[in-house]
Design a binder for this molecule. Structure first.
Ligand SMILES: [Zn+2]
Length: 132
């Protein structure tokens, strides 16, 4: 599921067409009918993943920059680069944060019977899909 999500596919069925554009996830998977936002507040997990990745890249950039230029790090350049990192990384990583969150959440919170039934009604072929 994580591999599917990293490649921007549906974590449930692997469908490639789950984004309406680069950043905007569709409401449902067009193939298996999986409703991506499973409950109110669902995307808080994606937000946490996105901020964790941004913080990690920030720390690697800051510590790496200091280590490379020690003992006289260019503080102004490091400030500008790390501010840029904190502005760009959360935007660029946004779609992947949602996909990774869906895979993680789906791995421990399986679809309930009601969700499976509703998804099967929305599925492209109208037939119930195998749970996975
Ligand atoms: Zn799907």
């Amino acid at each position: 599921m994580l591999g599917r999500s990293i490649s921007r596919h549906c974590p449930r069925c692997g469908s490639k067409r789950i984004f309406a554009n680069w950043a905007a996830l569709k409401e449902f998977c067009p193939t298996c009918g999986f409703k991506f936002e499973r409950e109110p507040g669902y995307w808080v997990g994606a937000l946490i993943i996105n901020m964790a990745v941004a913080l990690f890249v920030f720390l690697v950039t800051l510590v790496g920059g200091i280590a490379l230029k020690w003992p006289d790090p260019p503080w102004n350049v490091l400030s500008a680069v790390t501010i840029g990192v904190m502005l760009v990384v959360p935007i660029v990583f946004y779609p992947w944060s949602k996909g990774i969150w869906m895979a993680i959440e789906l791995s421990y919170h399986k679809l309930e019977e009601k969700e499976q039934f509703e998804a099967s009604l929305r599925a492209a072929d109208g037939a119930p899909t195998a749970e996975g």
